[in-house]
Design a protein around this ligand. Structure first.
Ligand code: SF4
Ligand code: SF4
Length: 413
C-alpha cells in the first residue's frame, strides 16, 4: 500500500515506521471477517483493513477526521487480525502509532479524554484499587447489578486460601528445598489488587515443586495500560522502571514469570518499544529472553487434578499475542480435568484492558456472545489466564470464572 506522507510528518520517525507497516498490507481483506468489531457492527471502517485506510489517510493529510478517532477507538487491540494476516502486517504497532497521534492532536472528545485520564490515575494506584474493593464491599447492596461488582466480591470463594498478608513481599525465597529452577514472579498491578489469590495460588504450587521464587520489592505497572491508550511517553517510563528492576537480576534467575497474559504480551514486546534507544533496547531484549507466561513454566512439571468439567477461555493476549492458544487446556487436560475448548475461545471476550469501561456496549455484547458459547456445554468452571478477562466474564455468569492457577491449586489430588 503506497502512502504519500504529508510534508509536516516527513521527519517524524513514527510516520516512517507506519509507512513501512502500511507497505506490507496487500488489501486482501482476509482479516476482515476475523475482526470482532466488524462481526458486531458490519462496517468495514470497524475492521482492520478499514482502520488501516483511516490511518493511511491521517498520515497523508496530517488531519484527524472525527470518524477516524471513533473507529480507531473501537478497536479492541485483540490481534485477531495479525493471526490471520498472510502478509504479516504489524497492525497493533501501527495502531499504537496512530493512537499516540490522536492523543497529541487531542482528537478525542473532552469527555473521553477525562475518562482516560481518570482510568490511568485510578487503576495504576494499587492502594487505591485495593481500597475500591473495600468500598465496593460496603456499597454493594445499593450498587446497580450491571456494574458487575459482584464478580469482584464473590470470586474470593474459589481462591487458594492463604491470605495475601502472609506472602513474602521483598525478594524472599519461599522454599528451603534445593531449587532446580529460580524465578522472578511479576504480581501485575491490577491482579495484585483485585485478584491477589492468583499470586497466592502460584506461590503455593511452586513451593510444591521446589521452585525458588521471589517478587520484586516495588513492582509498578508494566506500561501496557498507558502505552495502548496513546500515552506513549508515560508508558515507556513505566517500562524503563521495570527494566531497571529486572535487568540486574537476570544472571541469577532462570525465568521472569507473568501470570496475567495482558501484561505478558506487552512484556514480550518490550524491545520493540525502544527502537530509538539502543541501551534500553538491549536491556529490554535481555529481559524478554527470560520472560515466560506462567503456563510455559508450569508445563515443565507434573500436575494431578480432579476431573471437573471446565471450559478454558484463552485470552487474545495469550493466543494471538503470545501464540500459546492451546497450552493451558493441554496442561489441565493432562492433569486430569475434563477440558472443553472450541474455536470460539480465540474470539475476544470484550474485556481488552480498559475497553470494557471505555466501550461498555460493545464489550457487553462480546461477553454475552462468549457466555452463550459455553452455556450448552454445562461446565463446572470457566478458567482463564488474565485478570481483566476473568472479572469481565464473571459478570452475569452462572458458572464460577477463575484464573486457571487458582483452579489447579484448589482441585489438586
Ligand atoms: S489480511 Fe493483512 S494484508 Fe490483508 S488486508 Fe488485512 S492487514 Fe492487509
Ligand atoms: S485488533 Fe482486533 S478489533 Fe482491532 S482491528 Fe484487529 S481484529 Fe479488529
Amino acid at each position: 500500500m503506497q502512502t504519500i506522507i504529508h510534508p509536516q510528518l516527513k521527519n517524524d520517525a513514527r510516520a516512517a515506521r507506519a509507512d513501512d507497516i502500511l507497505r506490507s498490507c496487500v488489501h486482501c481483506g482476509f482479516c476482515i471477517s476475523a475482526c470482532p468489531t466488524y462481526q458486531l457492527l458490519g462496517d468495514e471502517l470497524d475492521s482492520p483493513r478499514g482502520r488501516i485506510y483511516l490511518i493511511k489517510n491521517m498520515l497523508e493529510t496530517d488531519q484527524v477526521a472525527e470518524a477516524t478517532a471513533t473507529h480507531l477507538d473501537r478497536c479492541l487491540t485483540c490481534r485477531s487480525c495479525e493471526t490471520v494476516c498472510p502478509s504479516g502486517v504489524e497492525y497493533v504497532e501501527l495502531l499504537d502509532i496512530a493512537r499516540e497521534m490522536l492523543v497529541e492532536r487531542k482528537a478525542l472528545s473532552l469527555k473521553k479524554r477525562v475518562k482516560r485520564w481518570l482510568l490511568r490515575k485510578l487503576l495504576l494506584k494499587t492502594w487505591l484499587v485495593r481500597c475500591s474493593r473495600l468500598l465496593i464491599r460496603i456499597l454493594d447492596p445499593i450498587l446497580p447489578k450491571s456494574l458487575g461488582t459482584k464478580a469482584i466480591l464473590t470470586r474470593g470463594s474459589f481462591a487458594a486460601r492463604a491470605p495475601e498478608s502472609k506472602l513474602p513481599l521483598i525478594q524472599e525465597q519461599a522454599s528451603d528445598i534445593d531449587a532446580a529452577v529460580s524465578v522472578v514472579l511479576l504480581k501485575g498491578c491490577v491482579q495484585q489488587s483485585l485478584t491477589p489469590e492468583v499470586n497466592t495460588a502460584l506461590c503455593r504450587l511452586l513451593d510444591e515443586q521446589g521452585v525458588s521464587w521471589q517478587f520484586l520489592g516495588n513492582e509498578g505497572c508494566c506500561g501496557a495500560l498507558e502505552y495502548h491508550l496513546g500515552e506513549v511517553d508515560d508508558g515507556r517510563s513505566r517500562m524503563k522502571a521495570l527494566i531497571d528492576q529486572l535487568y540486574p537480576l537476570l544472571t541469577d534467575v532462570d525465568y521472569i514469570v507473568s501470570s496475567a497474559s495482558g501484561c505478558g504480551v506487552t512484556l514480550k514486546h518490550y524491545a520493540d518499544y525502544f527502537a530509538g534507544d539502543p541501551v534500553y533496547r538491549q536491556q529490554a531484549q535481555a529481559v524478554c529472553e527470560k520472560l515466560v507466561d506462567v503456563v510455559e513454566l508450569m508445563e515443565q512439571f507434573s500436575w494431578c487434578s480432579s476431573a471437573q468439567r471446565i471450559w478454558v477461555h484463552t485470552p487474545c493476549t495469550l493466543g494471538h499475542g503470545q501464540g500459546l492458544d492451546d497450552r493451558v487446556g493441554a496442561l489441565l487436560a493432562k492433569a486430569g480435568a475434563e477440558v472443553i475448548t472450541g474455536k470460539q475461545d480465540l474470539a475476544c471476550c470484550g474485556s481488552a484492558g480498559t475497553y470494557s469501561v471505555l466501550q461498555p456496549l460493545l464489550a457487553n455484547e462480546l461477553r454475552g456472545r462468549m457466555q452463550q458459547t459455553w452455556a450448552d456445554s454445562k461446565p463446572e468452571f470457566i478458567v482463564t489466564s488474565n485478570v481483566g478477562c476473568q472479572l469481565h466474564l464473571a459478570v452475569d455468569s452462572q458458572v464460577p470464572v477463575v484464573h486457571w492457577l487458582e483452579y489447579l491449586r484448589q482441585h489438586q489430588v
